[in-house]
Write a protein that binds this ligand. Structure first.
Ligand SMILES: NC(=O)c1ccc[n+]([C@@H]2O[C@H](COP(=O)([O-])OP(=O)(O)OC[C@H]3O[C@@H](n4cnc5c(N)ncnc54)[C@H](O)[C@@H]3O)[C@@H](O)[C@H]2O)c1
Length: 324
């Protein structure tokens, strides 16, 4: 089976590509390196895919590029989108919305045009309506609770529009379509820059580089953090037994407050640091977790990595990345 991973040089993509090549799938990657990095496709200094023949540095908001990269492919796993931390997402909403609409719409249309057999779309819990995440202890959300739609950000809207377009494509073409909706993903290799990093790498960087340890918002906001290995396990299981079952979400059993994440990271760092909270900064919704009964039943999936283990591995990776 020939598999194309869009966004394959990013956090989830590079781990997925490594897993697919280990399973001997003929794996292709397209990524314009907006946030992904070629070095993410290396293990022990060697590329684990053939960069010359199996890697396309192309921008998917161009339809002709989408047509080119989906030629002779059986399965597309679509991960490429603009993803970043709360700062970037809320500071550049129109850009994020437009980019993601273009990328998603182009790749879905090109996949139909090239008679792709299977198309797996990776969605996000940011697509759930704001009002269902406004209280600490909000009920774990079910897959179909994304409607009536009211995501908090242009990012959440754009990702939901991608799910919607793929659902239409599934009805109107012969392509098997699937949606795996993920809660907050973390783990290596991650973006650590101030501008584009998400909360865990951003806090770890501040600690490692002895920057002011400021947490955005009150710290009481909670997120459902999934370690990367659990996500890859879920994607591989969806490929095997998910098609035909529609949208399935992956979430840990419980959410963790950002203050707890900050304190756990301080403990891992072994540094004497006071956590400061900047309540003038946005903190997003209050609490969000997913009901994983469908993932358990259909995919036989459940999260395995504890938040303490996942944070430790992520922190150590970032430390090595930044300090050598
Ligand atoms: N990280 C999370 O917390 C999370 C949670 C839920 C869902 N997701 C979804 O998972 C997918 C992958 O996320 P990730 O965390 O690996 O992010 P990432 O930024 O590491 O990966 C996305 C990749 O897409 C590439 N890309 C962006 N624009 C492109 C374009 N125009 N053409 C080609 N490539 C382009 C980027 O360079 C990057 O490598 C995304 O679709 C995201 O919405 C991520």
């Amino acid at each position: 089976m020939n598999i194309l991973v869009t966004g394959g040089a990013g956090l989830i993509g590079s781990n997925l590509v490594k897993a697919l090549t280990k399973k001997k799938f003929d794996t292709y990657v397209v990524d314009n390196l907006w946030r992904g990095k070629l070095e993410n496709l290396k293990e022990n200094n060697d590329f684990f895919i053939d960069i010359k023949n199996n890697f396309y540095n192309k921008d998917l908001n161009n339809y002709n590029n989408c047509l080119e990269v989906t030629k002779n492919i059986d399965t597309v796993i679509h991960l490429a989108d603009i993803v970043a931390g709360i700062n970037f997402v809320f500071g550049n909403e129109a850009f994020v919305f437009r980019q993601n609409l273009l990328i998603n719409s182009n790749i879905i249309k090109a996949a139909i045009e090239n008679n792709i057999k299977n198309f797996l779309y990776i969605g996000t819990a940011c697509s759930y309506p704001l009002e269902k995440q406004m209280e600490i202890g909000s009920k774990p959300l079910l897959e179909d609770e994304v409607y009536p739609a009211n995501p908090e950000s242009g990012y959440g809207w754009s990702k939901l529009m991608g799910e919607y377009e793929l659902t239409l494509a599934g009805k109107l073409s012969n392509m098997n379509t699937g949606i795996l909706r993920l809660h907050n993903v973390y783990g290596p290799p991650c973006e650590v820059s101030e501008e584009r990093s998400q909360v865990i790498p951003s806090l770890a960087r501040k600690l490692i580089l002895d920057e002011d340890f400021i947490v955005w918002g009150s710290g009481s906001q909670r997120r459902a953090f999934l370690y990367i290995d659990d996500v890859i396990d879920g994607i591989l299981k969806y490929l095997k037994q998910g098609f035909g079952h529609g949208c399935i979400q992956l979430s840990p059993y419980e959410s963790t407050s950002i203050a707890d994440i900050a304190n756990k990271l301080v403990k891992i760092s072994n540094k004497k640091v006071n956590v400061k909270f900047d309540t003038t900064k946005p903190e997003g919704d209050k609490d969000r977790t997913g009901n994983i009964e469908k993932a358990k039943k259909v995919l036989e999936w459940s999260p395995e990595t504890t938040i303490d283990d996942g944070l430790e591995k992520t922190y150590r990776w970032i430390e090595k990345y930044l300090l050598g």
